[in-house]
Design a binder for this molecule. Structure first.
Ligand code: ARG
Length: 259
């Protein structure tokens, strides 16, 4: 995770961001602290990277890289506004002793933001931030087969905003409207239980939740959806991270899984 010391809305690179809708730094800090506390209390160990001035979105560490065992595929950000983050994350991972991989020049990839580990394969998105050309490179480094899914709605510019796989209960939650019809078919063919979200439910960023066992931590969860999720055995916990939604990110964007 990365403390939100320099977090602000300094540019607009997705439809949620509006430079005229500024953040409240003290409130953002409190919200981030609560998320940190929750993750720590759930028994996970958290490593921090030092935030860098002038890189407000560094707080969204899910986009930094994709980690697989001791290997790290470093991200190459689509937008120049975030490209300055790359060297800080590269330094951090090499200092921690990870084997770091860079994709060939000119290929964009935004890490865990556009990747879902699904059973023994990878679901990899393209369309907004990540180039489809990155997918075979990722397969060869990670050594897992993949399915490419095409995103088509700019409100759901990363895969982690519109698809969530909750492994312990084998449940896949997704918003069909965010995907190209061919990709919807691919998702529907996956052999798990599937819960389809309405546009309204999807816009509460439920797919951008994190889970620990059967606990699902979400920014918001509309009542009717919460009831459905409870029916699958999940315990729904909500955490106000409204300051980060101003940048188009919820809880899952603010963490990168290291193991
Ligand atoms: N403002 C950031 C961006 O547009 C938000 C990133 C959210 N991260 C995510 N994993 N969905 O890049």
């Amino acid at each position: 995770m990365c403390r939100p010391d320099h977090y602000t809305i300094a540019y607009e690179i997705n439809p949620w961001m509006n430079i005229n809708n500024p953040t409240d730094p003290a409130k953002a800090r409190r919200q981030w602290n609560r998320l940190y506390q929750f993750i720590q209390n759930s028994g996970s160990e958290i490593s921090l990277i030092e935030p860098a001035e002038g890189l407000p979105d560094m707080v969204f560490t899910a986009n930094a890289a994709l980690v697989y065992e001791d290997k790290v595929i470093l991200s190459r950000f689509r937008h120049s506004e975030r490209q300055g983050e790359e060297r800080y994350f590269a330094d951090w991972f090499s200092q921690q002793g990870y084997k770091c991989y860079n994709l060939p020049d000119g290929i964009s990839f935004e890490g865990e933001g556009d990747t879902v580990y699904y059973r023994d394969i990878l679901l990899l998105a393209h369309g907004f931030r990540t180039d489809i050309a990155s997918h075979p490179c990722i397969e060869s480094i990670v050594g897992r087969e993949y399915k490419s899914l095409k995103l088509i709605d700019p409100h759901f510019y990363h895969l982690d905003t519109c698809l969530l796989f909750i492994e312990p209960i084998d449940l896949l939650i997704y918003y069909p409207g965010a995907f190209h019809p061919e990709s919807v078919k691919e998702i529907e063919d996956l052999p798990s239980k599937i819960l389809r979200l309405s546009e309204g439910d999807a816009k509460s960023f439920v797919c951008n939740s994190i889970w620990a066992g059967c606990n699902l931590l979400s920014y918001k969860c509309p009542d009717s959806l919460a009831a459905k999720l409870r029916g699958y055995g999940l315990n729904i916990i909500t955490l106000d991270i409204s300051e980060f939604m101003k940048s188009g990110g919820s809880v899952r964007c603010m963490v990168l899984h290291l193991s």
